[in-house]
Design a protein around this ligand. Structure first.
Ligand code: NDP
Length: 447
């Protein structure tokens, strides 16, 4: 069968089987479009039905999470774990707690995770999970009761050699701690079943910083290939969570000036450069809102609403908040304002139309699959340390992270060149990630 027909049939089947799951459709379409030249060259993948199997999760679990708030009221949330593909290792991917979570979001993230994990070169399959629970405004006790209830069911499906969840939006060290404690209690096992753990009980140094640092390492590598660097560049970052904060930290270390940050209510613009200590205090210690930044920074402005953030003139854009936050109009504005590079810290923050604008205008565009793989890479290193029962130093973990990000850049650009689309890192990441998974699936037979 011709490669184009294979891809179209697989996509039609995804639309039919997963109605209304628009984010999942979007993620699948982008990958399948890139794979046509690969399937043309490798008819054995077509014969073995690799693409049809890749787009269908190996297993999906949906369950009820009942919990009680501090006033004694009962609540019910819905939780998901999608175990997408285990060709390269145990399922691996984060848990997201956010009111917008539904099966389509978890599937899009789980699907992306297969290829992202493959790109890291570590032994990890792809999965993702989460719940429509909103931790915002909840007390620590409420979050603990929710996490314990969720893990009471989830512990039946995960394990250090089966499926190893981590954090994502709304799931940080606090939530991982509560879930780990409940898993340990029910299973009577102290194992590396979750990553992102506290440093005293199995966590890895650099895991907290990994996604943001990794993003900046790979964008820096791409800039270097063009004889440029972050030094002296103005950078717009969106979000003010884990990824945004540590991307900002690394950009500043490399001599760049970050001028924006945001949350789901609005964004701040500080022409003097973001004061990161103040942001860390507001967001990580006080769990406050980004608007509070302007109280102590006279030249900074706060704007309600998020979309205007990309109107701020910058050399590099690093969207680090959430999916589809940077659309075609925003990409055009960035191009007009002279933006030379965009790196996705978040998962799929640029719409397909925005990505096309960057590609057409020769803006260096590094897609999330490659650019934010640093987080899961250090999660993989955390699993290795847990198996060895030996913690690594910060320097060792950071050096490994950097090496992995540089390798991802090289493999991605080489795959793009080999398949006739030099400079297109979207296609390059999809192809490089896919080839390893496809070969493993082929070797493991029809499972
Ligand atoms: P956090 O929960 O720490 O922070 C998320 C940030 O994005 C917050 O500032 C949040 O604002 C903002 N945000 C969330 N939803 C929206 C929305 N609908 N509109 C505007 N802003 C929003 O999450 P992370 O920093 O961990 O994750 C950010 C992105 O990076 C996600 O796409 C995640 O999947 C991806 N990612 C994260 C990794 C990690 O290691 N943490 C690894 C790889 C990818 P508010 O506080 O108002 O909700």
């Amino acid at each position: 069968m011709a490669a184009k027909t294979t891809v179209q049939d697989a996509y039609d089947q995804v639309l039919k089987r997963n109605p209304g799951e628009t984010e999942f459709h979007q993620a699948v379409k982008e990958v399948l479009d890139s794979l046509v030249p690969v399937l043309d060259r490798h008819p054995e993948y077509v014969r073995a039905g690799i693409v049809d199997r890749l787009v269908e999760p190996e297993r999906q679990v949906i369950f009820r999470v009942p919990w009680q708030d501090d006033k004694g009221n009962f609540h019910v949330n819905r939780a998901f774990r999608v175990e997408f593909n285990s060709a390269l290792g145990p399922y691996k991917g984060g848990l997201r707690f956010h009111p917008t979570v539904y099966l389509g979001i978890i599937k899009f993230l789980g699907f992306e995770q297969i290829l992202k994990n493959s790109l890291t070169g570590l032994m990890m399959g792809g999965g993702k999970g989460g719940s429509d629970f909103d931790p915002k405004g909840r007390s620590d006790d409420e979050v603990m009761r929710f996490c314990q209830s969720l893990m009471t069911e989830l512990c039946r499906h995960i394990g250090p050699d089966t499926d190893v969840p981590a954090g994502d939006i709304g799931v940080g060290g606090r939530e991982i701690g509560f879930m780990f404690g409940q898993y340990k209690r029910i299973r009577n096992e102290f194992t590396g079943v979750l990553t992102g753990k506290g440093l005293d009980w199995g966590g890895s140094l650099v895991r907290t910083e990994a996604t943001g640092y990794g993003l900046v390492y790979i964008v820096d590598e791409a800039l270097k290939a063009q004889g440029k660097s972050f030094d002296g560049l103005t950078v717009s970052v969106s979000g003010s969570g884990n990824v945004a904060i540590f991307a900002t930290e690394k950009v500043q270390e490399l001599g760049g000036k970050v001028v924006t940050l945001s949350d789901s209510n609005g964004y701040v613009y500080d022409p003097d450069g973001i004061d990161l200590d103040a942001v860390k205090r507001i967001k990580l210690v006080e769990r406050g809102r980004i608007r509070e930044y302007v109280n102590a920074h006279k030249n900074a402005q706060y704007t309600e609403g998020c979309s205007g953030i990309w109107d701020v003139k910058c050399d590099v854009a690093l969207p680090c908040a959430t999916q589809n936050e940077l659309d075609e109009a925003a990409a055009k504005t960035l191009v007009t304002n002279g933006c030379i590079a965009a790196g996705e810290g978040a998962n799929m923050p640029c719409t397909p139309e925005a990505a096309d604008v960057f590609l057409e205008n020769k803006v260096l565009f590094l897609p999330g699959k490659a650019a934010n793989a640093g987080g899961v890479a250090v999660s993989g290193l955390e699993m290795a340390q847990n198996s060895q029962r030996l913690p690594w130093t910060f320097e060792k973990a950071d050096a490994e992270l950097k090496k992995i990000m540089v390798t991802i850049y090289k493999n991605t650009s080489e795959a793009a060149r080999e398949y006739g689309c030099e400079g297109n890192f979207v296609a390059g990441a999809n192809i490089a990630g896919f080839l390893k998974v496809a070969n493993a699936m082929l070797a493991q037979g029809l499972v």
